[in-house]
Design a protein around this ligand. Structure first.
Ligand SMILES: Cc1ncc(COP(=O)(O)O)c(C=O)c1O
Length: 496
């Protein structure tokens, strides 16, 4: 059998398991006013990508400058011109409260550059089991030892850290890196970032230079913080010199590209010298530089806060509506699930403050820099520090996955699409086995009618499903097409 035959066989196998990835084209209503599909799918959380204000800002900037390709790697001709890239990097430093910025053509390249270059042989990277595929790709190219800890589990992180330190294998000069996302792209929950940092500081005090936090803010920039500068800025974590951030522009910014932010000129210089994606690939085109400026223009105008507050209202509304649906459970991690549960059909209500889908800004900010070993339990009711000017309100997550049985994921997405709502089925291997879901993303420009309409459609589906289950009961009851469950919410391969 030739290679194309074996490829075809593997694709056929994927198709048979309802796992085949393929392109699709939809026209969500935020793109075309004649379309009847409301966008609950794209990562354009603030509905900026399709806005006329972005287009106007871009046209203004583009008409006054170059728009074409950069013509080479930034180390060759890609940096030629009037210092456009440096100018944008300086603006990004001001916006994100960073000292040094390095532009990358994409978040994937930024993560691969950072993880393949900065951790050294003998170092250890402790990564959340749900970090993005691009971090995995970077770690694969790294010579550091990489170890997963359970998703958002501070206790497991502490256990792993204790084991590494007490093993005696870490040389006195070796470093430990924490790899997390502030807002997870598929589960839509927030990292307990200050608690993780505080836990690590029991071994590596601040300023020791041996514990580093590498944070992917892809899904939080634009959306979170008083100015949209993300969760690290909101919590004051960005002021920690041992924190490096990757912020991407393809989501809340409605643009494309990414930036690596540090407080160290050495780190930036090192990346320029050793990060292969940066050295051996064409730099970002000028049009993209204008587009990122244009996104900043929109975010820094009065539209920025207005869009964020509309988004927050819409997120709160949808979550409330979904939580009220009979047959839709809420697990201990705050994920909404349509998977049938034997014991109860009622949503399990979580105690206030314990819901990981809501970022409790005040609680988290208070834990920064704390040496408190009880790192898993954020203190409540504490006042904000001056470096963490976050609003004293919980921030709802714009990403709301509905966990489903494998066999229902695509039919549910198709059903919701047929009712006029663009949502996507996300199945293994993009998410871990047994964690298939319909991923819902809320946007600033979703109308109240769309938000309530989507919840109504989900309710219609659950009612229909429970009726069907009722009528099937007694037959071949649990003929689920679900692939075998594993304990692997974790797993290096989970995003591939
Ligand atoms: C968490 C996370 N990090 C990084 C990336 C990669 O960013 P980009 O799309 O700019 O390559 C993504 C993209 O989906 C992401 O979700």
């Amino acid at each position: 059998m030739g290679i194309l035959d074996s490829m075809a066989a593997r694709l056929k196998d994927r198709e048979a398991k309802a796992m085949l990835r393929r392109f699709s084209i939809f026209q969500p209503s935020t793109i075309s006013s004649t379309s009847n599909l409301a966008d609950f799918s794209s990562n354009d959380y603030l509905s900026i990508a399709t806005s006329s204000s972005l287009k106007d800002a871009f046209m203004r900037r583009a008409s006054a400058g170059r728009v074409g390709g950069s013509t080479g790697s930034r180390l060759l001709d890609g940096n030629n011109g009037q210092g456009e890239m440096e100018h944008l990097e300086a603006r990004l430093c001001r916006f994100f409260d960073a000292e040094h910025a390095l532009l990358c053509p994409s978040g994937w390249e930024a993560n691969v550059s950072l993880f393949s270059t900065v951790p050294q042989p003998g170092d250890v990277v402790l990564y959340d089991s749900l970090v993005h595929a691009s971090v995995h790709d970077g770690m694969r190219r790294s010579r550091a030892h990489c170890v997963a800890f359970k998703h958002n589990d501070v206790r497991d992180f502490e256990r792993q850290m204790d084991a590494i330190v007490s093993s005696g294998r870490l040389s006195p000069k070796a470093n430990v890196f924490l790899a997390v996302e502030t807002l997870y792209s598929m589960d839509g929950d927030y990292a307990p970032l200050p608690q993780l940092i505080a836990a690590a500081r029991r071994h590596f005090p601040a300023g020791s230079g041996r514990f580093w936090t590498l944070v992917d803010e892809a899904h939080s920039v634009g959306v979170h913080g008083a100015t949209g500068a993300g969760i690290c800025q909101m919590l004051g974590v960005c002021r920690d010199p041992e924190v490096m951030r990757v912020c991407t522009f393809g989501k809340g910014f409605g643009s494309s590209g990414a930036v690596i932010l540090t407080r160290s000129s050495v780190a930036r210089q090192y990346l320029i010298n050793y990060a292969r994606p940066l050295i051996f690939s064409t730099a970002m085109p000028h049009a993209n530089v204008h587009l990122i400026h244009a996104s900043l223009d929109v975010l820094e105008s009065e539209e920025g806060p207005a869009r964020r507050s509309r988004l927050h209202v819409n997120c709160g509304m949808l979550r409330e509506e979904l939580r009220a649906i009979d047959g839709l459970q809420e697990d201990e991690e705050g994920l909404l699930s349509l998977q049938p549960r034997a014991e109860s059909s009622q949503a399990s209500k979580l105690p206030a403050g314990g819901d990981p889908m809501w970022l409790r800004a005040v609680c988290n900010a208070a834990a920064i820099g704390s040496d408190d070993s009880d790192a898993g339990d954020p203190p409540s009711g504490s006042s904000l520090t001056s470096t963490a000017p976050s609003p004293p309100v919980p921030l709802p997550s714009p990403i709301m996955p509905l966990l489903t049985e494998h066999a229902s994921t695509r039919p549910l997405a198709a059903f919701l699409q047929s009712r006029g709502f663009l949502v996507r089925p996300i199945t293994y291997p993009t998410v871990p086995l047994g964690r298939d879901r319909v991923r819902i993303c809320v946007h600033s420009d979703n109308t109240e009618e769309q938000v309530r309409g989507l919840a109504r459609a989900v309710r219609e589906w659950t009612t229909r499903e429970s009726r069907m289950r009722g009528s099937n009961r007694g037959g071949d009851e649990q003929q689920q097409q679900q692939p075998p469950q594993t304990s692997a919410r974790a797993g290096r391969e989970s995003r591939l």
